[in-house]
Write a protein that binds this ligand. Structure first.
Ligand code: DGJ
Length: 730
C-alpha cells in the first residue's frame, strides 16, 4: 500500500511507495530532519532514533543544549550559516547582505495525486489514485521566506519524487544563490558512487568508485545536461550487482546546468544533493514571487542495478513521456546525414527513399542542409525556409515524393541556434546569448539564440510552426550543437544576468511544449550532437533521443549499456551506418551493426542505394525481424547480462510483460585464442513456464534457462560478432 502518514505524537512522517519507505521527523524547535529511506517497513516506529552527542567544533544553535548541532543532524533541506558546515542545499542573500537562513517547519498538507510543476517537465499521474503528495512548508520569519518541499510517492513504482519551491513572503528583494532540488543525509558512508561521464561520441560510460571522505560529484556548467556528465548519480552498497543489493538513485528532470554530489563528513555520514548548478547562478526573488526547482526522481532498489533501471524505464515510459507516441511502436527510419551530409538534392533523396521502401523502412528523415543557404556548417541557422537552389520545387513537393515511396517524411531543425551568416542574425544581432564588450565565441560556426527572451521564443515557434503546418511532416529531429559561452541576455538587468541560463531552459521548455502540443501527430526526437542532452527533462516533451553521433556498433555497446542505466530502450535512437564507420573507422558486419541498432529504436543512416545485394537482403531481414519484435524491444523489460565495461562480451535481453516472449542478444568484441566457452543464464523469464528456444528447436523450462543457462555457440568466429536467441512460451 502506498500512502503518507503523519504521526502527530511522534511528529514523524512516514511515506511509503510500492516497496519503499521514507521517514522524516519534526524535531524540537521545528527542525525538519531525515530519518530513513530504503526498503519498505509496514509502520515506522523510529527504532533507530537520531542520537545527540556533544561534538567538538560542531556549534550549538541553542546554548542550553550542547548536544544539538545542525552539523551532526541529518536534514531534509540544509542551509548555510548556523552550525552546519557541510554544503547546503540552499542559500539566499538578503538586502542587508547576509546569506544565512534559519528555516523551520511551519505546516504540511497531504494530497491525493500529483500537481504539475509550473513551466518545468516532471513525472505525472493520470489518475489521482496513482500517487500521494506531501507538501511541507518551512519558514524563516527574519528573511520573509517560505520554502515548500514537495514529496510524491507512487503506488506502482519504487519512486519518490521531490522538488522545492522558494517563496518571498516579505517586503524586501531576496537573491537566491543556491536552490537545489533535494538533499538526503544518509547516516552512513559505506557506498559506491555510480555516475555516467562521457564526451561527444562517447556518452554515458559507467563509472563506479567507493565514496571517499569529502566532496565528490559531477556537474555541468555548459548550458546543457551535456555529453560530459548526465544528471544521474546513485549510491550502491559495495556488494550491489545487477541483480542483488541496494541502490539509491537520483535523476534530475532538467536539461541545463546541474550539480549532483555526495559529501562524506567527519562522522561517516553522506550528504547527497542534486539540482540546478549553483555555479554562475543566482535568482532575484521579489516580494510574492516564487522560484520552483526542477524535480528529482529518486529510485530505490534492493534488487540491484537491473531493478533500478527497470523502475526508471517503466516510470519514464508511462509517466514522464507524453503524447501520441508514448505507447505507440516507433517507425524504422532512414536518415540521410551520413549518406549525403550537406550534398543532396530532391532526386538523391527520392532515390534513397525508394531504396528504403524496398527494404521495409518506414520513415525518411531529411537531416541538416535543407534550409536557407546551408551548404556547409557555416551558415543559415535561424533561416527556417527552404534552400531554393538545392530544393527548387520546395519541401512540400519533396515530402510528397517521399510519401509516394510509401514512406513518412521527417525533418531536421536546430531551432535554438543562429549562424552569424544568416538573415536572422543580420536582422537581430542582439538575439543571441552574449555579454557587452566581449567577443561572441563561436562553436561549429554558430551562436545560441537567447531563449530567455520571449520575443525570440515566439519568433522561433512561428518559423518552425510555419514549416510544420505547410509540409506533411510526421517526425522532427530537434538538434542542438554547441554549449553556452558568454552567457548573458540583452534584456535582463545587471543584477539578473546570472538567471540567463535557467531562464533559457524555461524558454526552451515553453517552446517545446507549444510546438509539441500544436503538432500532436508528429514524433519528436531530440538530439544534441548525439546524446548531449539525453535527460528526463527533454524526454517529457520528446519521447526519443539520438543516443550518440557515434554509430560504430562496438562503441555503441558501451553507450547504449550506460544509457540503459536510466533511460528506456524505446527512447534510444540507434542506427545502422556505413563501414568503415565515419567516427572510428571500424569495419563491422551488417549483422553486428543491425543487432546493436535493433537493441534500441532502429534506424539506418547510410546511402541505401550503395548497398550490395547481400547487404540489402540482410537489411530486409532486419526490418522484418524488428517489426515482428519491436513491441517487445521498445516496451518490454530490459535485463543486462554481461557488461561491456567488464570484458570482451556484452549481453542483454528483452522479455515482454506477460513473460511469453524473449530476445537475448550476445556480442563479442574480439576473437580470442584459448577463449573460454561461455554460457549465459537468462533473467526475467517465468520459472514455471516452458519455452521454445527457436534457434535450437528445443523446449526448456524457464527455471532451466535461468539457472543452467544456454551455451554461446562456439563456432562464432572472428572479431565483432553477435548472436540472438529467440525464445517463446510453448
Ligand atoms: C549533429 C547530429 O547529432 C547529427 O546526427 C546531425 O544531425 C548533425 N548534427 C547535423 O548537423
Amino acid at each position: 500500500m502506498m500512502g503518507i502518514h503523519f504521526d502527530e505524537q511522534k511528529k514523524i512522517f512516514h511515506l511509503s511507495a510500492k516497496d519503499t519507505s521514507y521517514a522524516m521527523e519534526i524535531l524540537k524547535e521545528n527542525y525538519l530532519v531525515h530519518l530513513y529511506w530504503g526498503k519498505k517497513v509496514q509502520s515506522f516506529g523510529n527504532s533507530n532514533p537520531l542520537q545527540f552527542l556533544d561534538r567538538a567544533f560542531s556549534g550549538n544553535p541553542n546554548k542550553e543544549d550542547r548536544t544539538f548541532s545542525l552539523d551532526t543532524t541529518p536534514q531534509e533541506y540544509p542551509q548555510y550559516g548556523n552550525t552546519d558546515f557541510r554544503k547546503p542545499a540552499f542559500q539566499i542573500q538578503l538586502e542587508n547582505g547576509s546569506t544565512i537562513t534559519d528555516l523551520r517547519y511551519k505546516s504540511h498538507e497531504i494530497k491525493q495525486g500529483k500537481e504539475k510543476l509550473l513551466g518545468l517537465p516532471a513525472t505525472y499521474v493520470e489518475d489521482a489514485k496513482e500517487a500521494e503528495t506531501l507538501e511541507i512548508l518551512l519558514e524563516d520569519l527574519v528573511a520573509g521566506l517560505e520554502v515548500k518541499l514537495t514529496y510524491t510517492v507512487f503506488a506502482d513504482y519504487n519512486v519518490i519524487t521531490r522538488s522545492a519551491a522558494i517563496k518571498n513572503v516579505g517586503t524586501e528583494n531576496l537573491k537566491i544563490l543556491r536552490a537545489l532540488s533535494a538533499n538526503i543525509d544518509f547516516r552512513e558512508a559505506d557506498f559506491e558512487l555510480i555516475h555516467l561521464p562521457g564526451a561527444w561520441g562517447k556518452e554515458r560510460q559507467v563509472e563506479r568508485q567507493p565514496l571517499r571522505p569529502g566532496l565528490q560529484g559531477i556537474e555541468s556548467a555548459r548550458g546543457a545536461s551535456s555529453h560530459q556528465h548526465n544528471p544521474f548519480i546513485a549510491l550502491a552498497r559495495k556488494n550491489t550487482t545487477e541483480d542483488f543489493g541496494e541502490v539509491f538513485a537520483f535523476n534530475l528532470v532538467y536539461s541545463g546546468n546541474f550539480l549532483a554530489q555526495a559529501e562524506v563528513d567527519q562522522f561517516q555520514n553522506t550528504r547527497v544533493t542534486i539540482g540546478i548548478n549553483p555555479f554562475d547562478f543566482s535568482w532575484k526573488l521579489g516580494p510574492s514571487e516564487t522560484f520552483q526547482t526542477p524535480e528529482v526522481v529518486m529510485t530505490y532498489s534492493d534488487q540491484g542495478l537491473g531493478e533500478m533501471s527497470r523502475t526508471f524505464h517503466e516510470l519514464y515510459r508511462n509517466r514522464l513521456c507524453r503524447g501520441t507516441y508514448r505507447d505507440k511502436e516507433r517507425p524504422i527510419l532512414i536518415n540521410n546525414w551520413e549518406a549525403t551530409y550537406f550534398d543532396f538534392n530532391a532526386e538523391k533523396i527520392e532515390e534513397i527513399a525508394a531504396a528504403g521502401q524496398e527494404l521495409g523502412i518506414e520513415l525518411f528523415v531529411l537531416d541538416d542542409g535543407w534550409f536557407g543557404k546551408r551548404d556547409n556548417d557555416t551558415s543559415s541557422l535561424g533561416d527556417w525556409f527552404v534552400h531554393e537552389e538545392k530544393l527548387p520545387n520546395g519541401l512540400k513537393e519533396l515530402a510528397e515524393r517521399v510519401e509516394n515511396c510509401d514512406m513518412q517524411f521527417g525533418l531536421w531543425f536546430e531551432p535554438e541556434m543562429v549562424s552569424v551568416d544568416s538573415d536572422l542574425y543580420r536582422k537581430h544581432p542582439d538575439w543571441c546569448l552574449h555579454v557587452p564588450n566581449r567577443r561572441k565565441s563561436e562553436s561549429r560556426n554558430q551562436l545560441i539564440l537567447d531563449f530567455s527572451r520571449e520575443d525570440v521564443c515566439e519568433e522561433i515557434i512561428k518559423q518552425v510552426s510555419a514549416i510544420l503546418s505547410s509540409v506533411p511532416i510526421s517526425y522532427v529531429k530537434w538538434d542542438m550543437n554547441r554549449h553556452m559561452t558568454e552567457i548573458g541576455s540583452a534584456l535582463l538587468p545587471s543584477d539578473q544576468q546570472r538567471e540567463t541560463a535557467h531562464r533559457y531552459m524555461l524558454g526552451l521548455y515553453k517552446v517545446m511544449e507549444e510546438i509539441t502540443t500544436a503538432f500532436p501527430h508528429i514524433l519528436f526526437e531530440s538530439c544534441s550532437g548525439g546524446g548531449g542532452r539525453f535527460d528526463a527533462g527533454i524526454l517529457y516533451y520528446m519521447p526519443q533521443t539520438w543516443t550518440s553521433d557515434n554509430t560504430d556498433a562496438i562503441s555503441r555497446l558501451k553507450i547504449q549499456y550506460g544509457t540503459s542505466l536510466v533511460y528506456p530502450i524505446v527512447s534510444m535512437g540507434s542506427h545502422v551506418s556505413a563501414v568503415p564507420n565515419h567516427q572510428v573507422h571500424r569495419i563491422t558486419s551488417i549483422e553486428m551493426r543491425g543487432d546493436v541498432a535493433m537493441s534500441g529504436n532502429l534506424g539506418y543512416e547510410l546511402d541505401l542505394t550503395k548497398l550490395t545485394e547481400e547487404e540489402k537482403e540482410a537489411v530486409k531481414k532486419q526490418t522484418a525481424f524488428y517489426k515482428e519484435h519491436r513491441h517487445l524491444i521498445q516496451f518490454g523489460d530490459f535485463y543486462r547480462l554481461l557488461s561491456p565495461f567488464e570484458g570482451n562480451e556484452t549481453a542483454w535481453l528483452f522479455v515482454n510483460k506477460e513473460k511469453t516472449e524473449s530476445l537475448v542478444f550476445y556480442f563479442r568484441v574480439l576473437a580470442e585464442p584459448a577463449a573460454p566457452l561461455r554460457s549465459i543464464r537468462l533473467k526475467g523469464l517465468d520459472a514455471k513456464k516452458k519455452y521454445i528456444v527457436e534457434n535450437l528447436g528445443q523446449v526448456y523450462g524457464g527455471d532451466e534457462l535461468a539457472y543452467v543457462g544456454l551455451s554461446v555457440p562456439h563456432d562464432i568466429q572472428g572479431d565483432f560478432q553477435s548472436y540472438v536467441w529467440r525464445i517463446k512460451e510453448v
